[in-house]
Design a binder for this molecule. Structure first.
Ligand code: HEM
Length: 364
């Protein structure tokens, strides 16, 4: 009896060809979306972890959701030009769009002294070599890696029965990460300034500054207020007191900060934002930030910007800090989602930011 050859027929091969391409494409989409590997760290899994803690608020940032836009300028003094060729650090004035915010995904949360405050900035010089940054007012970041960030969010998600984090889950996270204890203590016991205007904001992540001859220096930076610092002593019984105070301050006079660039010493951890650097490192006063105007996020100039820390000018580079890449990916995803959604009126509404009729002309 004649046997059939074990070669697939031409029509079977044709069908395989037709099915293989879409199947591979579908698997690719599922992989990218994290459906095949639910425990993999992705843009989506990071945002899901934030969502589990704070819920979803369409049209708002998935973190640092309660905020307000500010504008002004940065004036470089050239002191840092020896370690970075970035045009923003040369002597001269560069326009700035910024945003003050409270950490957390709840756009209508109540202000309170110990909530983490932030300042994000976009410095845009004439040559378009722009520098975006997002800084927090804590001394160190609570975790070292994106995985730890995601695990911390998951451990802090509210228990549906109590509406509060499950203490056993938080305790288990702490017990499994003893190396984060020091960072947690530094954050909890930090001195608290009275408001946004007299606060210090820090990059927390490290970056590389690149000089004209290609030498790379690891740095962190902070914005240190020129306004006198007053320590927080309780707070007014006002849901938005921090923002209201900032609005009043900016309507009264410009607010200023000094950009202090800190160079890493030999023992300092470049890739670990939960570790503080030595206190006797060399610091460079690189220029002054002046903020003059404030607007609600509703149609404000900061709403259409995501302060992705990897938007860096020539003369600056990301360091090996793994949090930076995760931030960039998560910010882009948050920006993409919120851009397609219709927000409600933000807590800091346009009415709150209208200057009083007697506001001085502060521009100089
Ligand atoms: C893996 C860690 C992190 C994740 C997943 C994360 C996630 C996010 C997301 C999704 C946003 C909203 C972005 C937008 O819609 O435009 C955001 C905002 C922000 N983040 Fe992070 N973040 C991380 C770490 C950090 C660190 C280390 C800092 C250090 C200072 C930081 C500072 C800020 C600031 C200042 C904002 C507000 C920016 C603004 O006002 O628009 N984040 N974060």
């Amino acid at each position: 009896m004649a046997t059939k050859p074990l070669v697939p027929s031409a029509s079977a091969l044709r069908w395989l060809g037709v099915i293989a391409a879409p199947t591979a494409l579908a698997l690719g989409f599922l992989w990218t979306g994290g459906w095949l590997t639910p425990h993999r760290l992705t843009q989506t899994s990071l945002l899901d972890a934030l969502h589990a803690v704070d819920g979803t608020h369409p049209g708002f940032r998935r973190n640092h959701a309660k905020g307000v836009c500010v504008t002004g300028w940065f004036e470089g003094n050239g002191n840092a030009a020896g370690i970075s060729t970035a045009s923003v650090l040369q002597p001269g004035r560069v326009p700035v769009v910024g945003r003050f915010a409270l950490a957390g995904g709840m756009p209508f949360q109540a202000d309170a002294p110990a909530k983490v405050r932030s300042l994000a900035l976009r410095l845009k010089p004439a040559d378009s070599q722009e520098w975006r940054m997002g800084m927090n007012d804590i001394p160190v970041f609570p975790v070292r890696t994106p995985q730890e960030f995601q695990d911390l969010q998951q451990a802090s998600r509210p228990d549906p029965a109590t509406g509060k984090p499950d203490p056993a889950r938080v305790k288990a996270f702490r017990a499994a990460h003893p190396w984060l204890r020091a960072a947690g203590a530094q954050i909890t016991h930090r001195p608290l300034s009275s408001g946004f205007s007299d606060d210090t904001y820090r990059s927390l992540n490290s970056f590389l500054f690149v000089s004209k001859d290609g030498a790379k220096a690891a740095v962190r930076w902070s914005m240190v207020p020129l306004q006198p610092v007053t320590l927080a002593d309780g707070h007014a019984d006002d849901h938005d007191y921090l923002f209201r105070q900032l609005i009043d301050d900016l309507h009264a006079h410009p607010l200023q900060w000094r950009l202090m660039v800190t160079l890493a010493g030999s023992g300092d951890a470049i890739d670990n934002p939960s570790e503080e650097w030595s206190r006797d490192n060399r610091q460079i006063d690189a220029g002054t930030l002046t903020l003059t105007d404030i607007e609600s996020e509703e149609n404000g100039p900061c709403t259409g910007i995501t302060f992705d820390p990897l938007v860096l000018p020539q003369g600056m580079m990301p360091s090996g800090d793994p949090i930076l890449q995760a931030r960039s990916a998560a910010y882009m995803r948050s920006f993409y989602l919120r851009s397609g959604e219709r927000p409600t009126v933000p807590a800091v509404s346009p009415e709150m930011t209208v200057p009083p009729a007697n506001a001085k002309d502060k521009k100089s």
